[in-house]
Design a protein around this ligand. Structure first.
Ligand SMILES: Cc1cc2nc3c(=O)[nH]c(=O)nc-3n(C[C@H](O)[C@H](O)[C@H](O)COP(=O)(O)O)c2cc1C
Length: 161
């Protein structure tokens, strides 16, 4: 008999991102892991956007965002960005000097591995998340730190194993 209790999708590791969005002059950042490149040419992503979030509200108003590729040094940000909502708190204020405002009006995490600017186009109702297709508009590589992953967050006990 198969004694493996962990669900298959929790047995493989994956990267952790923070999606920065803005609407009505106010920014916000979340945590997302349902993120995948889906096309090489043109370069496109699909991002799973959880229903009821401030991120979703912002994208419906302004369908653009910046994916921050997080590093293992950023694990302490996951509780703020991924377990609290911009509907209730001002994450930009709480992040203080850990973010910087880009020329095009998005708050970026300082020292992320890379940032990728996305323009969101069509979306599919995926259940509790929208599966939202996005064009890569531009990107920047910043450093070669270690990527933040689900496994690392489990080891740090930031999320349940
Ligand atoms: C490890 C982890 C992975 C997550 N993955 C996603 C995701 O892929 N898409 C998403 O929309 N929310 C995801 N979330 C949940 C959001 O980050 C969370 O609902 C957040 O509070 C939303 O903030 P907002 O309301 O300010 O947008 C994840 C949270 C954690 C901790």
């Amino acid at each position: 008999m198969n004694k493996i209790r962990v669900k298959p999708w929790n047995r493989v590791d994956g990267p952790i991102y923070s999606l920065s969005t803005t609407a009505h002059g106010k920014g916000n950042l979340n945590i997302c892991s349902y993120v995948t490149p889906i096309s090489m040419k043109p370069k496109r992503y699909i991002v799973g956007v959880y229903k009821g979030t401030k991120t979703l509200e912002n994208l419906e108003e302004n369908p653009e965002g910046v994916l921050n590729f997080m590093t293992s040094k950023m694990s302490s940000l996951v509780n703020l960005l991924g377990k609290k909502s911009g509907h209730k708190i001002d994450k930009i204020k709480k992040l203080g000097d850990r973010i910087q405002l880009s020329e095009d009006g998005f708050y970026l995490l300082k020292d992320s591995l890379a940032t990728v600017r996305l323009k969101f186009t069509t979306r599919l109702d995926g259940g509790d998340h929208w599966a939202w297709l996005a064009e890569v508009v531009s990107y920047e590589n910043n450093n070669d730190h270690k990527p933040l992953t689900l496994e690392y967050l489990k080891r740090q006990k930031v999320i349940l194993a």
